[in-house]
Design a protein around this ligand. Structure first.
Ligand SMILES: Nc1nc2c(c(=O)[nH]1)N[C@H]1C(S)=C(S)[C@@H](COP(=O)(O)O)O[C@H]1N2
Ligand SMILES: [Mo]
Length: 563
């Protein structure tokens, strides 16, 4: 029997023969082309190479997108690159087309849009694979354009939060790296296949680089599918809850917020608004993944040293007489001059009324509030039962709380730093004693009690700016929550303090804006601000770091006055 011209299954593969007839060992990293050299991939070595390049493009882009959606599910549940692009498409589509789509697809219009986007993205992804195989980095460049488009879409959305910004960039970088890697493996395979085909007398065979290509392609696709399934699980829950949130009608307040006094808002170029929009509100929490709570499932329990435990569901909470107040909350980690502070109009039920239902026992002096993800804050019972408007809040600036800010309910307590009071996604209030319980941050080096320290900030001109000589108008904010601001003063180059024009506050629980025009001749100046509260207590001058109980010191800006 003549020897078969074909290698038999199970027979050891013959060493590869290069065109020069030299037998080599299987390629290690040292035999790979150096950076910048183009592997000539002989066409026709595998008729399907172009198709595999397209598949590599789809797998690379798909995996990048899936990981992006997963990252968005973790850090920015209300906005992902895909929902941003979808939302942007919905916004730019003319109304006629929208009506047509709704008529055609009915309530499946969103699914149809996503399906259509999927097809367009898959086509562009396949193209990027083919192009990358033809010319190194050409496909990578297409994905970079994808990433830029995703970023633009994210930046254009009203749900924009800082967390959402890096996600499209991350997705694009993953896609670019994967594409280059997969195409490199394809080039290796095609080079090997081409050489063995060109070798005189060589028999057609499958080089190990072929197997390698399919391994990395399959492995990447599997990772992409896994990320996609996880992302769909996370984002599905977030999407459902976002939808419930957007359909929620907040009750009208039984006690509406007092009107903002005329002139409370000092309008200077570069000065922030008196009421901070939700999208610009600072966000601080320990949650890696924003808790997504279904309001229909939410309950709040009042436990511990109480006459009777109370359990409240969301419908029962919304039926309570609601109070609406402007309250400025601040983070203990806010540096002097920092921006971890914001003022919003909160809607909620006074915590004192809730605690009255439970009846705290006399020995109790603290309420340990707990969030759905186990974070805790220890708040003096007294602060929650005195006349101030400590709220179990459900609304922020006329909307249900954003997911990032504690949907469906959180605590807002005038006068205390957030870490000892402002529990988001709150699910339990345990009435207890400071001697028995501690909040999350206390054993980590922060004070047991966290009253907000009176402070002030210069917002314009910004530190380091050049301005022109003449009357230079300074402006900013000052706060002494629940006491109120009495005066704000500025001094130039450590000279005498000069009283600023203090705008009326909304209430003592909010920050106040102020301004002062100073005649300045050309030169360099150091300008400082200090606030005094309504009891006459001045802001502390000595510098203290944020830990353990909040920063002190005067905010100082340097300005360069030009002629
Ligand atoms: N569940 C939960 N609530 C929390 C925190 C947290 O880590 N987890 N951080 C607190 C801190 S330190 C601050 S300053 C405020 C910030 O609230 P905001 O993100 O709505 O601005 O939330 C508080 N509530
Ligand atoms: Mo904080």
């Amino acid at each position: 029997m003549p020897p078969s011209p074909f290698p038999q299954d199970g027979a050891p593969a013959p060493a590869r023969t290069y065109a020069g007839g030299v037998n080599t060992s299987p390629p290690g990293p040292d035999t790979l082309p150096g950076p910048g050299t183009r592997t000539p991939a002989p066409r026709g070595a595998d008729r399907h190479a172009t198709a595999w390049a397209a598949a590599a493009g789809v797998v690379a882009v798909g995996t990048g997108l899936a990981l992006g959606e997963l990252a968005a599910g973790l850090v920015s549940p209300s906005l992902s690159p895909v929902t941003a692009v979808g939302g942007a498409v919905i916004d730019v589509v003319p109304p006629g087309v929208k009506d047509w789509a709704v008529a055609l697809f009915g309530t499946a219009d969103k699914a149809a849009l996503l399906g259509g986007m999927g097809l367009v993205i898959a086509a562009l992804a396949a193209l990027s694979g083919i192009v990358e195989f033809r010319r190194r980095f050409a496909g990578v460049a297409i994905i970079a354009v994808f990433g830029a488009a995703g970023l633009a879409a994210v930046l254009s959305r009203s749900e924009l939060t800082p967390n959402a910004v890096p996600v499209p960039l991350f997705a694009a970088v993953v896609g670019m790296v994967l594409l280059r890697w997969l195409i490199r493996r394809l080039e290796d395979w095609q080079a090997d296949a081409g050489m063995s085909a060109e070798a005189p007398g060589a028999t057609p065979q499958r080089p190990p680089s072929r197997r390698r290509f399919f391994q990395v392609l399959g492995g990447t696709a599997a990772a992409g599918v896994l990320a996609g399934v996880l992302a769909a699980t996370f984002r599905g829950a977030a999407a459902v809850v976002s939808e419930l949130r957007s359909k929620l009608a907040l009750p009208a307040p039984a006690s509406p917020a007092p009107p903002i006094p005329a002139g409370a808002e000092v309008r200077l170029d570069g000065m922030g608004p008196l009421v901070t929009p939700n999208k610009d509100f600072y966000r601080i929490d320990t949650a890696l993944r924003v808790p997504v709570l279904d309001p229909g499932q939410w309950t709040l329990k009042v436990t511990g040293m109480v006459e009777r435990e109370v359990s409240l569901d969301f419908a029962a909470l919304l039926a309570k007489p609601m109070v609406e107040r402007h309250i400025t909350i601040a983070c203990v980690s806010n540096e002097v001059g920092g921006d971890l502070i914001g003022n919003a109009r909160w809607l909620g039920w006074p915590v004192r009324d809730l605690l009255a239902l439970a009846g705290p026992k006399d020995c109790a002096d603290m309420v340990l509030s707990r969030s759905s993800d186990g974070w805790t804050a220890g708040t003096p019972l007294e602060v929650l039962t005195d006349s101030r408007d400590a709220l179990l809040a459900v609304g922020m600036n006329g909307e249900p709380l954003p997911l990032e800010h504690g949907f469906p309910a959180r605590l807002i307590v005038p006068g205390l730093y957030g870490y000892v009071s402002a529990t988001k996604w709150v699910t339990e209030l345990k009435v207890t004693r400071f001697a028995d319980d501690v909040g999350y941050w206390t054993p980590r080096g922060w004070s047991e009690r966290g009253p907000i320290k009176t402070s002030s900030r210069i917002d314009v001109p910004r530190d380091g700016r050049s301005v022109s000589a003449g009357n230079v108008t300074f402006g900013g904010v000052a706060w002494a929550q629940h006491t109120g601001i009495g005066t704000v003063e500025l001094r130039v180059n450590r000279g005498p303090w000069q009283q600023a024009e203090l705008a009326p506050g909304i209430s003592t629980d909010t920050w106040y804006q102020w301004k002062l025009a100073l005649p300045l001749t050309p030169g360099r100046y150091e300008v400082q601000v200090r606030a005094t509260d309504l009891t006459g207590a001045a802001q502390v001058e000595d510098r203290a770091p944020v830990a353990p109980s909040g920063a002190t010191g005067f905010h100082t800006v340097r300005v360069d006055v030009k002629s």
